[in-house]
Write a protein that binds this ligand. Structure first.
Ligand code: PHE
Length: 379
């Protein structure tokens, strides 16, 4: 159902050609409407400012050798998003609960790694890919179903590591760490950092970089030495490569002091006018914090209930007025064999005070839709 990706309104995502009537489609309008927003292409937006600053780092240190992509379509095949980067058949990230499917073979990319294999096949050996990525998730101030990542890949050949006296893998891992430590210092100044071993299906070894910021260790990116199988499939079996993927919102929230991830989507001038091209790290001044309003909802769950589904229903009703959905109580009635959950929903606008009436309406609609869409029994 996804036809060729036409250039539409300057945005090469082919969104208007996408048919979403497949029975497996789980992309609601609220998410689909985000396609083509291209926040990362706006020079005066915190995400665009951060992207450009990372570009500067690579341009300066690698004499403009990295090719940059920031308009690849977020609509990709299951093969590109998962198979090509060796995500196992039974990995949770493939589930309809975690990923947005347009049809059984087409998804909204859940990471920019979806473009690694194709770009390697097209012959690129040093590149950066920036774009919007989509994940079904729970709701709080640092999670939003659409966010932005930047992927980086660098391929080496025997010439590069031969003289070093080490093998290709160690050479690539050392180069990767040096590159990313330099990037972290470029963005954050003299910060304390540490490397943590981790697992990704597409890299081995795999690492996370954490920086010590405001008294906390903050995970800023995932990376590693690319699995040889990925290179082999792109006719590069004699090469080694590294790859990293970093979340732009995560970094921008810290660098600009932005307290809530929903603000990145705000068109309120009190937000948008605070940032300008080339000015990394200007601290955001809250235009006042409006009071939150809490509403609880309790129901007997069924076997197919998931928190992600609940959050999508709440987001579908309340949009960006919902700040957090939190499980506050759960108990099982052994006799009935039924489990009850109680969730607390925090409603708060970033831009204005909400009226009681408005919140009661939202909560009423949430109750109705939770019941009808999730087939649970309200208590
Ligand atoms: N794709 C990973 C993620 O979204 C990040 C990553 C990219 C890790 C490249 C390793 C190499 O979490």
């Amino acid at each position: 159902p996804v036809s060729s990706l036409l250039e539409l309104g300057g945005v090469a995502i082919g969104k208007h050609d996408v048919v979403r009537d497949d029975p497996t489609n789980n992309v609601p309008d609220s998410i689909f409407s985000k396609l083509g927003m291209q926040l990362h292409q706006r020079d005066n937006h915190p995400l665009g400012i951060l992207k450009n600053e990372i570009y500067n780092y690579f341009d300066t240190n690698y004499s403009n050798k990295f090719t940059k992509f920031d308009d690849l379509s977020p609509i990709v095949s299951v093969k590109e998003n998962f198979d090509d980067v060796l995500v196992p058949e039974d990995h949770v990230s493939r589930s309809y609960n975690d990923t947005y499917y347009i049809d059984s073979q087409t998804v909204l990319r859940c990471h920019t790694s979806a473009h690694q294999a194709e770009l390697l096949r097209r012959g690129y050996t040093q590149f950066l890919v920036t774009g919007d990525v989509y994940r079904r998730d729970s709701i709080d101030s640092t999670h939003y179903p659409v966010f932005h990542q930047m992927e980086g890949v660098r391929v080496f050949s025997l010439n590069d590591w031969e003289a070093s006296g080490t093998d290709g893998t160690s050479f690539a891992a050392d180069d990767l760490k040096k590159c990313l430590e330099g990037l972290a210092r470029h963005l954050f100044g003299a910060v304390e950092m540490r490397w943590v071993d981790t697992y990704f299906p597409f890299t081995n070894p795999s690492f996370e970089l954490e920086i010590f910021f405001q008294e906390k260790w903050l995970e800023v990116l995932g990376c590693g030495v690319m699995e040889q199988e990925i290179l082999k499939r792109s006719d590069k079996e004699n090469n080694v490569a590294w790859a990293f993927g970093l979340g732009l919102e995560r970094l921008a929230m810290v660098l600009f002091d932005i307290p809530d991830i929903r603000l990145f989507w705000s068109a309120d001038e009190r937000f948008t006018t605070q940032f300008s091209k080339g000015k990394l790290g200007v601290k955001f001044k809250s235009f006042s914090k409006f009071p939150p309003c809490y509403k609880d909802i309790s129901f007997w769950i069924n076997d197919s209930f998931t928190e992600n589904n609940l959050c999508e229903v709440v987001r579908g009703v309340a949009g960006d007025l919902v700040e957090e959905v939190q499980l506050i109580d759960s108990f099982t009635n052994k006799k009935k064999g039924m489990t009850s959950h109680c969730y607390r929903i925090a409603y708060r606008s970033m831009e204005r005070s909400l009226t009681d009436e408005e919140i009661n309406d939202l909560q009423w609609n949430v109750r109705e839709q939770v019941q009808s869409k999730l087939n649970v029994v309200l208590r």
